[in-house]
Design a protein around this ligand. Structure first.
Ligand SMILES: [Zn+2]
Length: 169
């Protein structure tokens, strides 16, 4: 019997990889970008791929060139955490990325000083995220899926605003 190994196209990075048909239906990770997905086999023998977390490539595409490697990695990990149900960790990684951007563009050593050095609506939204980060640092706090998704999407929108403004000035 000949086993046909189907080529799966990763819905995150677009890279192809081979999947053992025995593990179809399972939660698998792309060997290129580690993005996670559920691969299902249909009745007609086709493979159907479903994403299990936000697509960080798509989400940061507009501002990718303005992010450092560590900031990109923080956002990537936040997206993976959402798929894994690690919602507190997901929120924390988004706050870390925002803190890094704020400190980097202002040249300040801590989040509070960096926020104080900024102005406009971004200043207030960033301060909200600083409060989120402080709450997360307390061991009593566990985030829900809604908390994590809202922090992830709001955080990325804010990053784009700040970086866009920064690159125009
Ligand atoms: Zn991939």
């Amino acid at each position: 019997m000949v086993k046909i190994m189907p080529a799966i196209r990763c819905p995150y990075c677009g890279g192809d990889f081979w999947l053992d048909p025995k593990i179809a239906g399972a939660d698998v990770a792309c060997p290129h970008c580690k993005g996670r997905m559920i691969v299902e086999k249909t009745g007609t023998g086709e493979f159907f791929v479903e994403r299990t977390h936000p697509n960080y490539y798509e989400d940061v595409e507009e501002c990718e060139k303005l992010l450092t490697e560590v900031e990109k990695e923080s956002i990537r990990e936040a997206a993976l955490c959402i798929g894994a149900g690690a919602y507190t960790a997901a929120e924390f990684m988004v706050c870390r990325a925002l803190e890094s951007i704020a400190r980097r563009i202002t040249g300040k050593d801590n989040f509070k000083e960096a926020i104080d050095a900024l102005d406009g609506i971004e200043k207030y939204v960033l301060d909200y995220f600083r409060h989120v980060r402080n709450k997360l640092a307390h061991p009593e706090k566990i985030s829900t899926k809604e908390d994590a998704e809202s922090t992830y999407y709001m955080g990325i929108r804010l990053m784009k605003e700040i970086l866009k403004k920064q690159s125009e000035s």
